[in-house]
Ligand binder design. Sequence first.
Ligand SMILES: NC(=O)c1ccc[n+]([C@@H]2O[C@H](COP(=O)([O-])OP(=O)(O)OC[C@H]3O[C@@H](n4cnc5c(N)ncnc54)[C@H](OP(=O)(O)O)[C@@H]3O)[C@@H](O)[C@H]2O)c1
Length: 328
Amino acid sequence: MKAVQIVELSGPRGALRVVDVPEPAPTHPATPGRGVLVDVRAAGVSFPEVLQTRGEYQVKPELPFIPGSEVGGVVRSAPEGAGLAPGDRVAAFCGLGGWAQVAVAPEFFAFKLPDELDFAQAAGLVMNYHTAYFSLKLRGRLAEGETVLVHGAAGGIGTATLQVARGLGARTIAVVSTDEKERVAREAGADDVVRSDAPWKDEARELSGGGVDVVVDPVGGDRFTDSLRSLREGGRVVVVGFTGGSIPEVRVNRLLLNNTEVIGAGWGGYVMSKPDVNREIGEAITRLIEEGFIRPVVGARFPLEQAADALELIDGRGATGKIVLDVD
Ligand SMILES: NC(=O)c1ccc[n+]([C@@H]2O[C@H](COP(=O)([O-])OP(=O)(O)OC[C@H]3O[C@@H](n4cnc5c(N)ncnc54)[C@H](OP(=O)(O)O)[C@@H]3O)[C@@H](O)[C@H]2O)c1
């Protein structure tokens, strides 16, 4: 089968090679001896793969390896009891190996795709939307009627968080850096948009009538202190990622003074060993799709062979929505 591998750790342009390799067996490291084989139609590209081309991601597989954490495609085979049959359309989280014509996912990470979504949208569904729900609801304890501020709001996690928050009955304020990203955030359903180079903290406090309830932060860096200052009493900052580059530090007296919280949200590691939680999130996401709240925003699309262009777009902060590789 055709696939793209990371063959060296020289960054997005030099690290990749298009290869012809044997198809995988129907077994996944998370479920040895069992796995759902998927004929891949579209594969998602995201920030961790940029980091993987430099050896900077926490998971460091031996070289060469096929990256690609999630796909949209058609089931070729599924283990007995998985609730899937050959021919089913699925959105699947495979961890690695998605940038290929055939990928394998654990059965608890393969979800039947509702008719409302296409394969490209499926390639942006599991990681971003499950993380968004996990961050907002299970970690951030978001309640109906609360206000959520979303950093990096035009990105993959950002657009997903806007849609899920809305589906959970919250009001949303998006933080973005450009006009184009403002447009994307509004299309994804943001109630208000503020700019990261403007006094966004003051604007957010004003828009929310005194402070937001939850901040979802996939960016980190030097805006973190202002995120804390934008909270109302009892507010929570949910830490999701660090695309801004640096990992912020918290002066915990701020938390004491204002009765606020900083909460970590690491989705993959958490749900991997908790099938019930994973199922609960999957059901909530399906419901939000059926109710019309979730429509993954697909940004740029590239053929599989041009995966390096996709990575450079993300690395250059130029991506909006989910970047997708079309696999034939
Ligand atoms: N915790 C979890 O379980 C979990 C799960 C999935 C992903 N993540 C993490 O979440 C983060 C976001 O992923 P994503 O797929 O949403 O990424 P993305 O689509 O590339 O969006 C990231 C956003 O970060 C902002 N940003 C600020 N400074 C940046 C910089 N120097 N370079 C690039 N972007 C910058 C950009 O928005 P502006 O230009 O508008 O500022 C951009 O839209 C990543 O760190 C990823 O590893 C965490």
